[in-house]
Ligand binder design. Structure first.
Ligand code: DHB
Ligand code: FE
Length: 280
């Protein structure tokens, strides 16, 4: 049977992608950030997941304001890097896993989560930056990736608790897929940041660290945090953090925090990263 072995939390700042693509990772501004992912790259190369479920948000690349699914699962065989205005990132095409994706779609929808099924979708920095941080710059991504897009752009996004419960439904779905697959789930976006208005540039490191503590040790408590607290404490784009709760819900109640990294600044955001392992 398929098994979720670990979860990864990771920010997705587009400037990180540009730094990688333009060969700037060794520059003084970026060096400390990329150093923080060296362990993670070794770890994931050792763990060799067969599939990654990547929970992320689209930034009006695949979905404009004309159509806004709350939760959308990519069931296609391939996903092209999106053109976000400067041409597509020079990263490999993302290979999907249609069989497992359709299985998760079926299992979660029959479990009463109204998942949108997507058979064609370009993927933007929300998905490709976490892949680059974890896998570097390979010729091809080392495993198939199932994109799971969450609306955190247009009010109202799903609640943290809804995300957490969806994670639990994904846990059950994966456990009932009858192929021996080592599955990882990434929860991406965040941490605290606000890109516009009088509070632009807001960073709340205390909130971010507390979020990481609770993600590991008290996810039930964290799932009850209302939207307004995210926006007030972590800025308007800090709401992206609800996506990390999908990852956490897909893991067991007790997890081992294998690694944590936190860094400010990266463009306008605080970068957070965590690796949580299920008990073996
Ligand atoms: C920035 C961060 C984001 O999450 C994003 O989607 C766009 C820009 C930034 O900090 O520049
Ligand atoms: Fe974003």
């Amino acid at each position: 049977m398929a098994k979720i072995i670990a979860g990864v939390g990771c920010s997705h700042v587009p400037a990180i992608g540009a730094a990688i693509d333009l060969g700037k990772t060794g520059e003084a501004y970026w060096q400390p950030l990329f150093k923080g992912f060296e362990f993670s790259k070794r770890w994931i190369a050792d763990e060799k997941p067969d599939v990654v479920i990547l929970v992320y948000n689209d930034h009006a690349s695949a979905f404009s304001l004309e159509m806004i699914p709350t939760f959308a699962i990519g069931c296609a065989a391939q996903f092209q890097p999106a053109d976000e205005g400067w041409g597509p990132r020079p990263v490999p095409v993302v290979q999907g896993h249609p069989e497992l994706a359709w299985h998760i779609a079926q299992a979660t929808i029959l479990d009463e989560f109204d998942m949108t099924i997507v058979n064609k979708m370009d993927v933007d920095h929300g998905l490709t930056v976490p892949l680059s941080l974890m896998f570097g710059q390979p010729e091809a991504w080392p495993c198939p990736v199932i994109p799971l897009a969450v609306n955190v752009v247009q009010y109202p996004p799903p609640t943290g608790n809804r995300c957490y419960q969806l994670g639990r439904a994904i846990r059950k779905a994966v456990a009932s897929f009858d192929q021996d697959l080592k599955v990882m789930i990434f929860g991406t976006g965040g941490m605290s940041h606000q890109l516009q208005g009088p509070r632009a540039g807001l960073i709340n490191s205390e909130f971010d660290r507390r979020f990481l503590d609770k993600l590991t040790a008290d996810p039930d408590g964290l799932a009850r945090l209302p939207h307004i607290e995210y926006v007030r404490e972590a800025g308007s784009e800090g709401i992206e953090l609800v996506m990390w709760l999908i990852m956490r819900g897909a893991l067991e109640e007790k997890v081992h925090e294998r690694y944590r990294f936190y860094h400010v600044p990266a463009s306008n955001t605080a970068v957070g990263h965590i690796i949580l392992e299920n008990p073996r």
